[in-house]
Design a protein. Structure first.
Length: 135
């Protein structure tokens, strides 16, 4: 298949030459653009931040961090059992139908870009209740 050269300094491949799997791999990027997912996420960032910081003063919470729709909630470690409190929080959250990620005693949150305010309320409502149950 011949390459087209629009200028002497670059080479371009016509779209019809790009293999079908590669074109399909670009489809999610089109969906992000069509559905304004990045703009939606940016619009929810301050609401998410409020949700994250609503956990201030919850049992065992020693630090809260967020950026956009990402959050890290650091829990005080148990003496001699680093990561134990984070894992117990993971289990109790899962039992309450909330899936979180943990790294040691840090809860990592990043909701899907299609989330809405009601989902953010649910996440932090459940997590707040779970933190009250973890020793």
């Amino acid at each position: 298949m011949p390459l087209t050269t629009p200028s002497s300094s670059s080479t371009a491949i016509p779209i019809r030459v790009i293999p079908s799997p590669a074109r399909r791999a670009w489809r999610p990027l089109d969906i992000y653009k069509e559905e304004n997912l990045f703009e939606r996420a940016a619009g929810l960032a301050s609401y998410w931040e409020d949700g994250v910081h609503s956990l201030k003063g919850s049992p065992h919470v020693i630090d809260l961090r967020n950026l956009g729709l990402i959050a890290g909630i650091e829990l005080a470690p148990r003496a001699g059992k680093p990561g134990g409190r984070g894992f117990d929080t993971f289990l109790k959250a899962y039992e309450s139908d909330l899936l979180v990620r943990v790294t040691g005693d840090i809860i990592a949150l990043s909701p899907p870009l299609i989330c809405e305010k009601k989902h953010i309320d649910d996440i932090f409502g459940i997590l707040g209740d779970v933190l009250k149950k973890v020793d």
